[in-house]
Design a protein around this ligand. Structure first.
Ligand code: DX5
Ligand code: ZN
Length: 220
């Protein structure tokens, strides 16, 4: 059960301090948005490179960008330990996942709430994680979409059938109020932005979320 706080809800004028505040987390989730794939613009490779120099925990890059086939491997080469691209944007997801892996990172694909998982099940052997979005990608602080839990269960079943170790990440609206249902459905990596950086102590929020997830762990 791993917690990956999203720095999208952190203080962008003090990112080093904000990363150090979550040194007890498993990952730091960095949302890259290009204002094309989603209607918001955040940061790109030069800022990720700077974050990699100071982050106390491995960096989990969530690319909400067009043409990830072209850009995703660069994030892995820069040292991001996990790189997630959206299947809706990828022309050749197999080649992109392989390029990420050969650059030394864990590869993952993400599906938006309106995207079915079944057509992408064949990609499971190519990736280390599947990200099931629990909000429409683009912004932090949105309401959790509980109807996506059926998809998390589907992915969990498919991972069971295929064997191998593929993590299941949820992202969007994950909080103390919603993390239990995610864990019960089979998620094991939890992104939380406002539920970590919106709290008085980000580190305590991480510990609390992890403890809640552990208590509701899906029976493997
Ligand atoms: C949304 C991003 C999320 C976002 C989550 O497109 O992918 O990572 O930061 O924020 P919360 O946890 O506040 O919904
Ligand atoms: Zn994200």
């Amino acid at each position: 059960m791993q917690i990956s706080p999203s720095i999208l809800s952190a203080d962008f004028a003090n990112l080093e301090r904000e990363l150090k505040a979550i040194a007890n987390a498993d990952w730091a989730h960095v949302d890259v948005m290009d204002n094309h794939f989603v209607p918001n613009l955040t940061l790109g490779l030069p800022v990720v490179e700077a974050l990699l120099r100071v982050s106390p925990v491995p960096v989990d890059c969530h690319l909400m960008i067009d043409d990830p086939d072209r850009w995703a491997p660069g994030y892995a080469e820069a040292g991001a330990r996990s790189v997630t691209f959206h299947v809706e944007a990828a022309a050749d997801p197999v080649a992109t996942a392989r390029a990420i892996r050969s650059a030394g990172a864990r590869a993952a694909f993400a599906v938006k709430p309106g995207t079915a998982f079944a057509p992408y099940e064949d990609l499971l052997p190519e990736v280390d994680m599947v990200l099931v979005m629990t909000v429409e990608p683009g912004f932090g602080g949105q309401s959790f979409m509980a109807d996506q839990m059926a998809k998390v269960r589907q992915v969990r079943e498919a991972v069971g059938r295929h064997g191998g170790e593929v993590w299941i990440q949820v992202d969007g609206g994950v909080s103390a109020a919603t993390i239990e249902q995610c864990a019960e459905a089979g998620a094991d990596v939890f992104v939380a932005g406002s539920a970590v950086y919106g709290q008085e102590s980000a580190a305590s929020a991480v510990d609390e979320l992890r403890a809640l997830a552990e208590r509701h762990r899906h029976p493997a």
